[in-house]
Design a protein around this ligand. Structure first.
Ligand code: GAR
Length: 187
């Protein structure tokens, strides 16, 4: 089974869906590390309880290259062949991305190439979009611009707030990411 490291910054619900999928019979991958730049991330406590090895260090006061080297050490020690970003809210340096090119995936809460960056749901509502969604894509040095590997849609409903739309899209994220990651690792 392919070994995957997951990077999170917070709640970690996509990480949880990936760990759950990895534990299903005949899953194509195994989660060997959950790393967070926020030691207090809610998702980390869950991962620990599940017995998944964790890396929990803040980059505060540490040069970026040094911090990334520490994460990368943990990733290499875990034996991971691929990295799945799941709500990791920090930009990886071009150097880091270059070393893992083609092996880092991210999930983004919009139908890329629409709404790269932040506040995707507010922007979809403001634009009057009838359909929103999420994308799993390869990570390149350019933000949210790598090859799209899979997408799922969710309707924008009358009266939606960014929060209500985010909830609806998040349910799709939890289905999409495990499927696309497994397909990617099998190809
Ligand atoms: C998810 O909606 C994910 O798509 C988004 O953050 C949320 C994390 O939730 N990612 C980004 O906005 C990346 N720029 P989670 O921690 O519960 O998975």
């Amino acid at each position: 089974r392919a070994r995957v490291a997951i990077l999170i910054s917070g709640r970690g619900s996509n990480m949880m869906s990936l760990v759950a999928a990895s534990r299903a019979a005949n899953s194509g991958f195994e989660v060997v590390l959950v790393a967070s730049d926020k030691p207090e991330a809610a998702g980390l406590a869950w991962a620990r309880e599940q017995g998944v090895p964790v890396f929990a260090h803040s980059p505060r006061g540490i040069p970026k290259a040094e911090y990334e080297a520490a994460i990368e050490d943990a990733i290499r020690q875990s034996g991971a062949e691929a990295i799945a970003l799941a709500g990791y809210m920090r930009l990886l340096s071009p150097e880091f991305v270059g070393r893992w090119e083609g092996r880092i995936l991210n999930i983004h809460p919009s139908l890329l190439p629409k709404y790269k960056g932040l506040d995707t749901h507010a922007r979809a509502i403001a634009a009057g979009d009838a359909v929103a969604g999420c994308s799993v894509h390869l990570v390149t040095a350019e933000l949210d611009a790598g090859e799209v590997l899979g997408q799922a849609e969710a309707p924008v409903l009358p009266g939606d707030t960014p929060e209500s739309l985010a909830d609806r899209v998040l349910k799709e994220e939890h289905r999409l990411y495990p499927r696309v990651l497994a397909e990617f690792l099998a190809r």
